[in-house]
Design a protein around this ligand. Structure first.
Ligand code: PAF
Length: 282
């Protein structure tokens, strides 16, 4: 596996594969890799000739007061895990490489509609930061395919819309959530949980599952959402949002069948997110 820090080294490394017409896949990450990230790499490995993983803790997507400084940096372990997963190129640029002129006055990509509300409501500017860095990475790597986890459901919707609106010639793959045995969706932020909080954390998934079953039976969404909020608080979470949307994140209408339940909730220092798709009855 090649480990590259500069745009020039990336260009040199990709020139040959591009010339030979090899299919390139990109897996953008912020490091601190777990089995969820490695599932993205495995998907990329199956679908492409050359797998590039980027590792960059993007300051632009953290609001002041968020966990940018505390975000776990585990480069040596990440590198070893990527090598073992069959990644070909690790692109790990510095902040100065991607943002040589700093963040002030930087051109930003804003994706209206899908980036508003939910995580976009509680984390102002977050999706502008994500869309900007992902568009930059897509431009630098020019992959045929880019892989993102379905755990970040809204992020995936933002990236799909950005790619469609800007005519970026890349296929976007959503890869299913990877869960621990007890159901907790894997996330780098799970590392912030104390042992007690870690025992509570899978209740987020269980509560969403119980809500999904009730909604699929045709129960009134407002009642199910009220009960879900209560169940989260009783379990020890501070809910940020709990929402039922259609799969494009638009409000649910009478004729909506394909829907998604989305939640974000604080548990101690961690902000956990999760989602479950479901079919609403006719
Ligand atoms: O999902 C993430 O880890 C990040 O938001 C991403 C897509 C790598 C952009 O920094």
């Amino acid at each position: 596996m090649h480990t590259l820090q500069t745009i020039e080294a990336l260009d040199d490394c990709l020139a040959g594969p591009r010339r030979r017409g090899q299919r390139i896949a990109l897996v953008p990450t912020m490091g601190n890799l777990h089995a969820g990230h490695l599932a993205l790499v495995h998907h990329a490995r199956r679908e492409a000739d050359l797998v590039v993983t980027s590792l960059f803790v993007n300051p632009l997507q953290f609001s002041p007061g968020e966990d940018l400084d505390a975000y776990p940096r585990t480069f040596a372990d990440d590198r070893a895990a990527l090598e073992a997963a069959g990644c070909d190129v690790l692109f790990a640029p510095s902040t100065r490489t991607l943002y040589p002129n700093g963040l002030d006055g930087l051109t930003r990509v804003q994706v209206p509609g899908v980036s508003e509300g939910l995580c976009g409501g509680s984390r102002p500017g977050h999706f502008d930061g994500v869309a900007t860095v992902v568009s930059m990475l897509l431009h630098l790597v020019a992959p045929h395919l880019a892989c993102f986890g379905e755990k970040d459901y809204q992020q995936l919707a933002v990236i799909r819309k950005m790619v469609a609106d800007l005519h970026i010639p890349v296929e976007i793959a959503g890869v299913p959530i990877v869960r621990a045995d007890d159901g907790l969706a894997l996330s780098s932020r799970n590392g912030y949980l104390s042992p007690n909080e870690r025992t509570t954390a899978p209740k987020l998934y269980r509560i969403l599952g119980a809500m999904r079953d009730r909604l699929a039976r045709g129960e009134v969404p407002a009642n199910v959402l009220d009960d879900g909020h209560r169940a989260l608080r009783e379990a020890g979470f501070t809910p940020d949002y709990l929402a039922l949307r259609d799969t494009h994140l638009a409000p649910v209408e009478a004729d909506t069948r394909d829907a998604v339940l989305l939640a974000a909730a604080y548990l101690g220092p961690a902000r956990l997110i999760d989602n479950l798709t479901l079919q609403l009855p006719a």
